[in-house]
Each structure stands twice: as C-alpha cells, then as structure tokens.
Ligand binder design. Structure first.
Ligand code: NAD
Length: 448
C-alpha cells in the first residue's frame, strides 16, 4: 500500500471525528487485546526465530505489559478524557477555566527491535486511547516480529485508523518526509537526532525514547546479596539488550571482592549457559561482532566466551576497567558488565556526572545520606533505589529519558497526555465584569 495514500486516508478519517468517540476507542482497544490473545503462539514463534527468546521472557517482559496497558486505558479512559477544571484567577472572575484533552491527529510510531512487541504496541495503544489515528513502523531488524504485527493488525484494522508499515531505513526516511501530528520514536540517540531534524521541518512534536549508559552503584551499606541477585537478573535479561539495563557497575572497593563472587554465583544459578532456554541470543552478526570486540581478555573476571553460530555471548564480568576503555565509551547493549571500584561515594557520583544524562540510574544502599545525595546530584530519566528496571513496570510513573537519553515520556496517564493536546479554555459570564480593562484609561484606573 502506498504510505502517502494511507496517511491521507487517516487524515480524512480523523476529520470525520469518529476517533473522538470514547466508545469507538474502547471497541478497538478490546479488539487489539483479543487479537493479541488469539495470536499469542504466533507472536512467541516470531520472536523465538528473531533472537531465541523464551515464551516465559516474552510473556513477562512484553505481552503481559501490553495487555496491562490496554486494561489500564479501558478502565481509565472516561476519566482521562474528561475536561479538567483548573483555578480561575481574580481578573477572570466570574468565569470558569478548563483543560479539554484532544487527540493530536495522525501519529507515527517508530519501534526498536529489542522488545519489539512492547516498544511498538505500547505507544500505539496510548495513541489510540487518546483518540489518534496511527501508522506503526516496527524495527526491520527483528523481521519476524515485524511481519507478525503487520499481519495481525493489517488484516483486522481499517488502514485509515491503524496501519503497520514494514520497512527499514529507506522506508523510515520516506515516512519522515511526511507531515504527521506527532512522532514517537524508540531507538538510538544517533537515529533520534535524524528523527528530530526531520520533524522540525513540519514543526511536528516528537517523543524520543533513547538509550545511554545507565549506571548501577553498590555501596558497602547495601544488602549485597539482594543487590547481586537483582543486578544479575536486570543485566542479563534479554542478554543485556535492554535500554534500561545497568550498563556498568560502580562498587565500593571494600566490598568489591565479596560482591563479584555473589554476582558470579547468581549467573551460575540462573543457568545462562550455551543452549539454555533461560538466555536470549544476540540479535544479529553486526551486534555480535561489536560486542565481542568490547571483551578485553585481560580484564575478564567471569565469562568471556561466545559461540558465533548461535550468536551466544556468555554473561561476562570485566574488572579493573578504566573510564577510558572502549567498553566505557558507548552504551554496551549486550551481556557485558564492566565493574569499576570506588573509595568515595561523592567521587563515584561525580564520575557519572561527567557522562551524558542516562536513561536510568540505580543505587543499592541502606544509607539515607547516600540515597539523598544520589537523588540530589544525578539527573536521569528514571530509576530505582535497591532495584533495577522495575520502575518501568509501574504505570503510575512516567517512563522516558532526559537530555541525551530522550525527550518526553509515556506509560499510564503520561502516555495519554503525550498523544493529547490540552486545549485551555476560559468561559466567561456576560455579566459582573469590572470596567477597568477598557479605555479611556486614567490615573484613577491605574491606582485602583
Ligand atoms: P535504531 O536507532 O538503530 O533503530 C530504531 C528505529 O529507527 C528502527 O525502526 C529503524 O528502522 C529506524 N532507523 C534506523 N536507522 C535509521 C536511519 N538512518 N534513518 C531513519 N530511521 C532509521 O535502534 P535499535 O538498534 O533498534 O535499538 C537500540 C537502541 O534503542 C539503544 O540505544 C537502546 O538503548 C534504545 N532503546 C531505547 C528504549 C527506550 O524506551 N528509551 C527502548 C529500547 C531501545
């Protein structure tokens, strides 16, 4: 289908006002939910072909979150879409001020490959809930999941309302020439800049969900066992191909040895061995080659092996890492955890401040002062104290970056607001107005 024609048909459909009807939105959200449930096996097979991800992982980190999003909007749509009363100032008495949430229009969602379902479907669910029409361009790198979503959606939704456009860089470049009312992009900072520039041509608002180097800090006052367990889970989930995975670890020197041993024990306990169903593969050769180059043989504390045919890289811990090492220059996005020790907590925070603002930051400690300093000093999109990653599973927290890690946010009511304009309206009575604002002006009026 010609994508320009699809967009034109969506503009006409949007003007018909049908998507502004709450019942209409709910019918299609319900429909999407049923389609996902009916096609669950097809979705699992596609992602397994793309990068050997288990059913359990796909359900917990993707499908269940998408279904939860739909349920959230089905439950809260009436409240979210109601006009909200705000205070009216003295000069506008007697009047009433309200915010009217209205859909932006036709939205483009560009997805990433690492959680291909969640990162494509969650934004479109929020966009549809807010009353928009939508074109989704999933990542071509996870080709089978892209095709699965295109088949399920394009066979069941009218293209003038929701359409999945398959393609890679050329198709995305062509899409970015078109005039959308909002663009929601998930991916790298590099491509985020391309999207931002293209959107500026049409003054299209953007949401950029990007990445970066997310630190995790462990101090001597942490519950080390809990920290080790949670960090190993969060780092090696999806073989480290998670935007909010801890990218590198800063650990207080006095507990480093003990903590490294705990990390190693949990990696073994979680059975991330070659051929294991518990462990995802690297998405493609290009990323595999990029990652193995980051493993400095001299600095391996644990792991460091790989199998090219299976695109398997063993969970790897690197020690004695310097800030100048290659592994510390860019987001790793794979199962390699560089460990740097520190002797002073304020200096550890200062080192993080030297880098771009991360998407996430994590601190493990039971020391109130350290918690306070972490929150006061560091700027990051979102994060956790005494956990990793889980903040994004709470719909009541907005999810997004800051600075180089992104612009805007979504999840829960924040997703609805991202795809809405808050139309600000003052309604006045036609009586009871002081005459002071009208000419002719006089000294007396000024001193009133
Ligand atoms: P990517 O930037 O390479 O690709 C993302 C999308 O952009 C894809 O749909 C792709 O087709 C398109 N694209 C790629 N090159 C393009 C170009 N030159 N012009 C126009 N479009 C282009 O990112 P990726 O490899 O899919 O994902 C990895 C990155 O995404 C990591 O940096 C990760 O941290 C980040 N990420 C962020 C989040 C988040 O929620 N903040 C989630 C997942 C991934």
């Amino acid at each position: 289908m010609n994508i320009q024609e699809v967009l034109s048909s969506q503009k006409v459909f949007f003007q018909s006002q049908k998507t502004k009807n709450i019942k209409f939105r709910k019918i299609y959200l319900e429909k999407l939910k049923s389609l996902i449930i009916q096609n669950e096996e097809l979705l699992y097979e596609a992602i397994d072909k793309d990068f050997g991800k288990s059913k359990f992982d796909t359900f917990t980190t993707e499908i269940s979150l998408v279904l939860k999003d739909i349920d959230y909007y089905l439950k809260n749509l009436n409240t979210l879409s109601k006009p909200k009363k705000v205070t009216t100032n003295l000069a506008n008495q007697l009047g009433k001020s309200r915010l009217y949430p209205e859909p932006l229009g036709c939205v483009l969602v560009i997805g990433a490959w690492n959680y291909p379902y969640q990162l494509s479907l969650s934004p479109i669910i929020a966009a549809l809930a807010a009353g928009n029409c939508c074109i989704l361009k999933p990542s071509e790198i996870a080709e089978n999941t892209m095709k699965a979503m295109a088949t399920i959606i394009n066979e069941n939704f009218p293209p003038e309302y929701l359409y999945v456009y398959e393609g890679g860089i050329d198709e995305t470049t062509a899409l970015l020439q078109l005039k959308f009312d909002s663009i929601f992009f998930t991916g790298s900072t590099k491509v985020g800049k391309i999207v931002y520039k293209a959107a500026a041509e049409h003054l299209t608002p953007v949401t950029l969900e990007l990445g970066g180097k997310s630190p995790v800090i462990v101090t001597k006052d942490a519950d080390l066992n809990v920290a080790a367990k949670r960090i190993v889970w969060g780092k090696f989930l999806n073989a480290g191909q998670t935007c909010v995975a801890p990218d590198y670890l800063l650990v207080e020197e006095t507990v480093q040895e003990q903590f490294l041993e705990m990390l190693r024990n949990y990696i073994k306990e979680f059975q991330y061995s070659p051929g294991s169903e518990q462990y995802t593969r690297i998405i493609n050769q290009r990323n595999f080659q990029r990652l193995i180059k980051l493993i400095d043989k001299e600095k391996i504390y644990y792991g460091g092996t790989w199998n090219e045919d299976q695109l398997y890289i063993e969970p790897t811990l690197l020690t004695q890492v310097d800030w100048q090492d290659d592994v510390m220059q860019e987001e790793i996005f794979g199962p390699i955890l560089p460990v740097i020790s520190f002797t002073s907590f304020p200096m550890a925070l200062n080192s993080i401040l030297e880098l771009e603002k991360p998407l996430s930051a994590y601190l493990f400690t039971n020391n109130a002062e350290e918690k306070e300093n972490f929150l006061q000093k560091l700027s990051f999109g979102g994060g956790c104290i005494n956990d990793v990653i889980m903040h994004l599973s709470n719909d009541y927290l907005p999810f997004g970056g800051v600075g180089h890690s992104g612009i805007g946010n979504y999840h829960g009511k924040y997703g609805f607001e991202t795809f809405s304009h808050q139309k600000a309206v003052l309604e006045k009575t036609t009586w009871g107005e002081p005459n002071i604002k009208y000419p002719p002006y006089s000294e007396k009026k000024l001193t009133w």
